[in-house]
Design a binder for this molecule. Structure first.
Ligand SMILES: Nc1ncnc2c1ncn2[C@@H]1O[C@H](COP(=O)(O)OP(=O)(O)O)[C@@H](O)[C@H]1O
Ligand SMILES: [Mg+2]
Length: 286
C-alpha cells in the first residue's frame, strides 16, 4: 500500500521568516541593533560610489528572499549586484530598459488587480497571513541608470512615471519599493519622488546638497549631513524615517561568499528557476 502522503508535494524546510517582521539592518552608534519595518513602506538609498548602497540592498534582498511570504523583482543596471539572486527572483532585470519597463508595467497591472480584489472584499490593505496576495519586494539598484542614463528621454520618463506610480500606490497591496542611486541630484530624485519613500538612507555623499536630496531639505543645516561620514567608513549612513531625526547606522554586510551561500539556499527553498513566474493575475483563492 502506498503512503497516504505520496501524492502531496514535498515542502522544502524553510526558515519561517516573514516580510511582515522588521528587517535587521545593522547597528546604531550605541551598538544597538537597528530593525526596519519594510511592509507598507518604501526605502530610498543614496550616496556616492562605494558608500555601501548595493551592499545594503543586498541585505534587504537577502532577508526578503528568506521570507516565505515575499516575492522578489530585482532590477540591476550593473547586473552583478543582484545577479547572484536571479534564481530566487520572480523576475530579474539586468541593464535593459525595455525589460525594466515591461516588468514595471506588469507590476503596475498586478497592483491594479490587487486593488480591485481588495476593494471587492471591502478591505484596504493586505495583512499578514494573506495567501492570495503575496508581498513583493521591488528592488532597483542604480535608479539613475534606468531613469537617466540609457534609452530615450521618453523611455526614461515613462520608467520614472511607472516607478512613481508603483511607489505611491503599491504599499497597501504589499509592494515594497527599495531603490538606490549613486547620483543623488534633484533631477533623479525630485522632492515629489522622495516623499514616496518613507525610509531614507544616506550613505556618504560628496556634499551637503546631495545629502539633503536624499534625506530632505534642511537636514544638513541642522547638522545631519552624510558628507560628514568618513569615506573609509563604508556602510555607515544616516537613516531617516518620515517622522524623526536621522540616525547614524552602520549597515550589516554580506561578503560575496555569504551571498552565494544564502542565495543557493533561498533558490532551493523557493524551487529555483522553475518557480520564476511573476504573476500579473491574482492567485486563485485556495
Ligand atoms: N556595511 C558595510 N560594512 C563594511 N564594508 C562595507 C559595507 N558596505 C559596503 N562595504 C564595502 O564597500 C564596498 C562598496 O560597497 P557597495 O555596496 O558596492 O557600494 P555602492 O553600491 O554604494 O557603490 C564593498 O565592496 C565593501 O567592501
Ligand atoms: Mg552599487
Amino acid at each position: 500500500m502506498s503512503s497516504p502522503f505520496a501524492d502531496r508535494p514535498s515542502i522544502p524546510v524553510g526558515p519561517l521568516m516573514s516580510i511582515f517582521d522588521p528587517v535587521f539592518l545593522g547597528i546604531d552608534e550605541f551598538g544597538h541593533p537597528v530593525y526596519l519595518p519594510l511592509i507598507y513602506r518604501n526605502i530610498l538609498i543614496g550616496g556616492e560610489p562605494g558608500a555601501g548602497k548595493s551592499s545594503l540592498l543586498n541585505t534587504i534582498v537577502g532577508y526578503a528572499a528568506l521570507c516565505h511570504d515575499c516575492d522578489l523583482v530585482l532590477m540591476d543596471g550593473k547586473e552583478l549586484e543582484f545577479g547572484l539572486w536571479e534564481d530566487s527572483a520572480a523576475e530579474f532585470v539586468g541593464p535593459d530598459l525595455g525589460h525594466a519597463i515591461d516588468t514595471l508595467e506588469r507590476v503596475q497591472q498586478m497592483l491594479n488587480n490587487r486593488n480591485a480584489f481588495l476593494k471587492s472584499q471591502r478591505r484596504q490593505k493586505i495583512e499578514r497571513g494573506d495567501t492570495d496576495v503575496r508581498p513583493l519586494l521591488l528592488a532597483i539598484d542604480e535608479l539613475a541608470y534606468f531613469a537617466a542614463s540609457v534609452g530615450t528621454k521618453i523611455e526614461q520618463e515613462y520608467f520614472s512615471a511607472l516607478n512613481r506610480d508603483i511607489a505611491s500606490r503599491g504599499r497597501a497591496v504589499g509592494v515594497i519599493n527599495a531603490a538606490a542611486t549613486q547620483r543623488p541630484s534633484a533631477d533623479i530624485i525630485p522632492p515629489s519622488l522622495r516623499f514616496l519613500y518613507g525610509w531614507r538612507y544616506a550613505g556618504r555623499t560628496v556634499d551637503d546638497a546631495s545629502s539633503d536630496v536624499i534625506l530632505g531639505q534642511g537636514w544638513a543645516s541642522r547638522g545631519y549631513s552624510a558628507a560628514s561620514i568618513d569615506p573609509n567608513n563604508r556602510g555607515a549612513g544616516l537613516l531617516l524615517a518620515e517622522e524623526g531625526i536621522p540616525n547614524r547606522v552602520k549597515a550589516a554586510f554580506m561578503t560575496t561568499t555569504d551571498i552565494i551561500r544564502l542565495a543557493d539556499y533561498t533558490a532551493w527553498i523557493r524551487g529555483g528557476a522553475a518557480d520564476r513566474q511573476l504573476t500579473t493575475e491574482l492567485r486563485p483563492a485556495a
